[in-house]
Design a protein around this ligand. Structure first.
Ligand code: B12
Ligand code: SF4
Length: 348
């Protein structure tokens, strides 16, 4: 029995050839959960086209909404050649009935609780049309199969320490995909970070956390960062603005090698923020963090201005009705003030 896990992809800008910078964790993680006696391969469409004549018995397609139509087209071709196709991921979780019309089976929600069963059922020729995953505790997950990742990706050490986010911004799908906020044992995260052999200097140095809000649980975030200090890595993540006002956390971010963070500011318009249920990042807080100076402002400046080519790691939602177009996110003078005095990324 052979399983091939395919991350479906389409470049947003057809005329531009995007480099293969950083892969998602999904296929490497699902590959690690495949039983030992089953052969497994992973493929990201960004770097290798889907092989309709693959020798795999079961093809697992993972995709988000923007590429759903493409995933359905792949499925049609694969099934025409007698392959069994199972689908999962954000789009399938949100529109399972639509996806089910294009697959032999769909997995709704998180995969851990059902993925093994899917493979066993496929091996017996008895795939069920639908499997419902549960949001289970995350202790005991195996390290991702980094060894299977295509060599073209510039960043290889992709990790996830938490799942979900306790906030409920109305535009965000996180609460549907990962219904409860959960953390992994720090020692297992450190094990994953250390588990990838080889690679070039940057690939060994840089850790990319794909968490939705890595530092939102302060106690956990601090424990993780403390454990990371001796690893002497650089790391990148997404988190929410409230982290920029916790001095101890910021000190730990610097000491553990924070190279850049992505902060979703979205908008500074109060009515839009209320509509988005994102009142924890109001204009006053953004300005306060920027104007106060110190590491909080540096973290924000790092997020807004970028360092070492990691530019504009700032999430912004286009103007909502009634909101002024192109309003600068914070007084640019404040940003200019904090820029330049940066200690990010730290010199290790
Ligand atoms: C890495 C990532 C990216 C990367 C790489 C994407 C890629 N495919 O190569 C980059 C930065 C390029 C990116 C871009 C975008 N992304 Co993105 N991205 C992520 C992120 C942060 C992590 C994905 C990951 O590794 N997750 C870890 C694994 C463990 O979780 P998972 O993928 O959900 O898989 C679990 C289950 O879903 C399930 N599962 C998934 N697939 C399958 C398949 C099978 C067969 C089975 C059994 C189970 C299964 O099992 C897994 C374990 O439980 C997610 C958010 C998140 N935290 O997941 C957003 C996310 C996938 N992205 C999203 C979006 C919207 C985008 C953009 C459109 C954003 C934008 N406006 O520009 C762009 C699209 C780019 C394009 N080309 O069109 C949304 C998708 C929502 C949707 N409706 O589909 C997400 C969910 C973020 C969010 N909360 O809104 N993204
Ligand atoms: S803080 Fe970020 S991850 Fe959390 S719900 Fe809001 S947008 Fe989603």
């Amino acid at each position: 029995m052979k399983v091939e896990i395919v991350q479906v992809w389409r470049n947003r800008y057809e005329e531009r050839r995007l480099s293969a910078m950083v892969p998602p964790l999904t296929s490497l993680h699902l590959a690690a959960l495949v039983p030992n006696d089953v052969e497994v391969a992973v493929r990201h469409e960004k770097v290798s086209p889907v092989d309709y004549d693959t020798d795999a018995d079961l093809v697992a397609l993972s995709f988000f909404t923007g590429v759903a139509a493409r995933a359905y087209a792949h499925s049609r071709e694969l099934r025409r050649r007698g392959k069994k196709v199972v689908m999962g991921g954000p789009h399938v979780t949100m529109l399972p009935d639509e996806a089910a019309a294009h697959a032999d089976a769909v997995v709704v929600g998180e995969g851990e609780s059902v993925w093994r069963r899917v493979i066993e059922d496929a091996a017996r020729g008895r795939l069920a049309p639908r499997y419902q995953g549960e949001a289970r505790p995350l202790a005991g997950l195996p390290p991702p199969r980094y060894d299977l990742l295509e060599p073209r990706f510039a960043v290889r050490r992709v990790v996830m320490a938490t799942r979900g986010c306790p906030y409920r911004c109305s535009f965000c799908t996180t609460a549907v995909l990962f219904p409860r906020f959960r953390t992994r044992p720090v020692e297992e995260v450190v094990r994953d970070i250390e588990s990838l052999p080889g690679g070039n200097w940057l690939q060994r140095k840089l850790v990319w956390f794909w968490d939705d809000n890595l530092l939102v649980d302060r106690r956990y975030g601090k424990a993780l960062l403390r454990a990371m200090v001796p690893l002497r890595k650089w790391w990148v993540t997404q988190t929410s603005l409230d982290c920029a006002e916790d001095e101890e956390l910021l000190d730990l971010m610097r000491a553990s090698g924070c190279a850049a963070i992505f902060i979703g500011i979205e908008t500074l318009d109060a009515a839009s923020l209320r509509q988005a249920n994102k009142m924890f990042a109001p204009r006053a807080r953004v300005a306060r963090v920027a104007q106060r100076g110190g590491p909080g402002a540096l973290a924000l400046a790092a997020a807004m201005n970028g360092y070492y080519g990691l530019r504009q790691l700032l999430g912004r939602i286009p103007a909502a009705p009634g909101e002024e177009e192109n309003e600068p996110p914070v007084p640019s003078r404040s940003i200019e003030e904090v820029k330049g005095a940066s200690e990010f990324p730290p010199r290790l």
